[in-house]
Design a protein around this ligand. Structure first.
Ligand SMILES: [Zn+2]
Length: 317
């Protein structure tokens, strides 16, 4: 049985169409990394979107039970049925700290992997940092939302000697214990997303710090559990009264996923995703939060209003 709720699809198409037009990228070239990086101020923090690269995933898998005739209007598929996505990471600066939230897929990926997922530009994570005159040493904390390859791969790099080491030598790496455990007990359904070389070197180097609960990474900024994609899946929540913002990660991967039933087929617990999404979008629309995207191909940040059933939004970045 599939989803067939036409009114919501209408909203999604309109919303995504408006967003693409507002972003000025309807049919235009994709923005590449480097140069003027999109950034915004959230309370006392400067938040810059660093490119972890671009990739493509199967459109059917990205929209779960929603039929292609509906999702293909908002996210057109390529000849291999894949849709365009970004791996946008957050650099949070303030209070003398620099925190990276997620790291893209990284440069360890081989030619076959690059081809399957149409990976482009994973090296932009470091070139974007360099464009801000920052070296990897400048990062104090790397907070990983979860351990799927498109989120954590850039946290480690392969050296000329073939060894894989943490990309950010002075950073502590935060991982939620539930996610760490699930990654190390992968099953037939989720194994393709969990590549041990992406995270086991963090433990070997002594930089790994597991946490059991939501954790405040700098005052007012939390790694917050948003269960559904995995049980330990997290967003990054700026709990700053009057300036609340949430990096929604895989809960709402693109603006086309704002309608409640638009849930990824990749999610291990889709009914949990639905309830997480309902609760988050209720609070976010009531209070006018910013939502920051990791995977939208064109948009980085929107401000939401309306209701969780019918989200309205304005492009911010
Ligand atoms: Zn993802």
């Amino acid at each position: 049985m599939g989803y067939s709720g036409k009114p919501i699809v209408g909203d999604a198409r309109t919303a995504a169409g408006d967003a693409r037009a507002a972003a000025g990228h309807a049919g235009g070239p994709e923005i590449s990394g480097g140069g003027n990086l999109p950034s915004l101020q959230v309370g006392p923090y400067k938040v810059t979107f660093l490119s972890g690269g671009r990739f493509r995933l199967d459109g059917g898998a990205m929209f779960g039970v929603v039929p292609k005739v509906l999702w293909n209007r908002v996210a057109p598929a390529d000849e291999r049925n894949r849709i365009r996505m970004r791996m946008s990471c957050l650099l949070i600066e303030g209070g003398g700290k620099r925190i990276l939230v997620d790291a893209g897929c990284g440069t360890k990926v081989d030619a076959k992997f690059r081809d399957i997922y149409a990976i482009e530009g994973p090296e932009e994570l470091l070139s974007d940092l360099a464009s801000l005159k920052l070296t990897p040493d400048a990062i104090d904390t790397v907070a990983l939302t979860h351990l799927h390859f498109d989120h954590c791969g850039g946290g480690t790099s392969r050296g000329a000697d073939g060894a894989v080491r943490p990309t950010f030598p002075k950073a502590r790496y935060l991982v939620r214990r539930q996610e760490w455990s699930d990654a190390h007990h992968a099953n037939e359904r989720n194994r393709a997303s969990y590549l041990p070389e992406n995270y086991d070197p963090l433990e070997a180097s002594g930089q790994l710090q597991l946490h059991d609960d939501d954790i405040e990474i700098v005052p007012g900024v939390w790694m917050k559990n948003l269960p559904g994609q995995t049980l330990g899946h997290q967003g990054c929540f700026f709990d700053i009264p009057g300036s609340r913002a949430l990096y929604v990660v895989d809960l709402v991967p693109t603006v086309a996923h704002l309608p409640l039933p638009f849930i990824m087929g990749y999610d291990l617990y889709p009914m949990t995703t639905l309830e997480t999404k309902r609760a988050i979008l209720r609070d976010a629309t009531r209070e006018g939060w910013l939502l920051l995207f990791e995977h939208d191909p064109d948009l980085f940040a929107i401000r939401v209003s309306g209701t969780e059933q019918k989200v309205e939004f304005q492009k911010v970045a």
